[in-house]
Design a protein around this ligand. Structure first.
Ligand code: SF4
Length: 353
């Protein structure tokens, strides 16, 4: 990259045009960690409200480390990909226990925090501690591929390393590493986007190879998407008085440790569903209604049926909660939340957890 020519226009463009986002108002590494964790798989507009609420509730690493995990998950409800929330709290505990409550200030130490990969560690180290640490997400990768006119597969590690090597000398030439990191991220998010690219507004257009070669929209070529596995799920809404039966999911895997309605990975007819809940130990049951729903995770699709029953006794192998309590205090993943909601809900999306 011919750095001398384009670095200044890029940084000037960033300083004149950057979006004022709450985590950009300071160089607090905890804020950057929370925002970058939330932004994985989630759009900025969605994250804004979650970030403000999260930081208002847990303003420091210490407050997050001491929080009840159930409450952390409740604040995360709707963002999906709940392992991010669990890792975030684990990282806060690591900072308290292993770094005496002081956020680590080197790339290597930041990388030791649970859930923090090279991208997030690079962002925190460059933005908050002015280190020469490129942070390469999909946006940065796309800008670099177009700028250099190379068609690379982002899923290959050696390609990310190659881009990192191209970026490193630029960091060494820049006084404000954080602004450089954020300028490339911002360019990829608002100008050099996957579609509707705005080359005419881009500070790099005089230097960009793909623009000169009229190759912009074809770089980088989209890679083949892995097709999603479809599973059938039957869920049971078992109501006794004003309470409903819940379970907690197992410790590992999809939606780990979150509450769920009792369910099985199988499509059941109403008659089969009645037989199944009799196997659970309920003798007298009254069917109320059935609803269907499709829930889309990152890597799989659940085709779901929910059977609503009134039961005449409580079975102690379930966790019984007041309906109001589920809405207010308990984090129920959106894969199951629709069962509580209005009839109109048809499709929901979530992320692998
Ligand atoms: S000129 Fe176009 S393709 Fe090149 S970096 Fe700018 S927006 Fe991207």
């Amino acid at each position: 990259m011919n750095r001398d020519n384009f670095l200044n226009p890029l940084l000037e463009w960033y300083r004149d045009n950057f979006r004022s986002l709450p985590w950009r108002n300071s160089k607090n590494p905890y804020f950057v960690l929370v925002s970058e964790t939330m932004l994985q798989q989630t759009r900025v507009q969605t994250v804004l409200a979650y970030f403000d609420r999260f930081i208002a509730t847990f303003p420091s690493v210490q407050s997050l480390a001491e929080a009840d995990l159930e409450y952390v998950l409740k604040l995360w409800e709707g963002l999906g990909y709940y392992s991010r929330a669990r890792n975030l709290q684990f990282a806060a505990k690591q900072i308290v226990e292993q770094f005496e409550g002081v956020f680590p200030n080197s790339y290597e130490d930041i990388l030791k925090l649970k859930g923090v990969g090279e991208y997030t560690a690079g962002a925190i180290a460059s933005i908050c501690f002015n280190e020469n640490t490129p942070s390469i997400d999909g946006n940065v990768f796309r800008v670099a591929c177009r700028f250099l006119s190379v068609d690379l597969d982002i899923f290959k590690r050696e390609n990310k390393n190659w881009i990192r090597e191209k970026l490193l000398p630029l960091y060494q030439q820049t006084d404000n590493k954080g602004d450089f990191t954020q300028s490339v991220m911002e360019l990829g998010e608002v100008v050099c986007t996957p579609k509707k690219v705005q080359c005419q507004n881009c500070p790099l257009n005089r230097y960009c190879k793909a623009f000169a070669q009229d190759m912009v929209v074809s770089l980088p070529r989209p890679r083949k998407k892995v097709s999603k596995l479809t599973q059938h799920v039957t869920a049971f809404f078992l109501k006794w008085d004003n309470q409903v039966a819940l379970l907690k999911r197992q410790q590992n895997g999809l939606l780990a440790l979150l509450f769920e309605f009792p369910n099985i990975l199988q499509q059941l007819s109403r008659e089969q569903a009645i037989m199944k809940i009799q196997e659970f130990g309920f003798e007298q049951v009254k069917w109320i209604k059935t609803r269907k729903h499709k829930h889309i995770f990152t890597h799989k699709i659940w085709e779901m049926s929910a059977y609503y029953f009134e039961v005449e006794e409580k079975q102690l192998n379930f966790i019984w909660k007041d309906l109001q309590q589920i809405g207010a205090d308990i984090a129920l993943p959106s894969a199951f939340k629709w069962i509580l909601e209005s009839e109109e809900t048809a499709i929901s999306q979530d992320y692998k957890s």
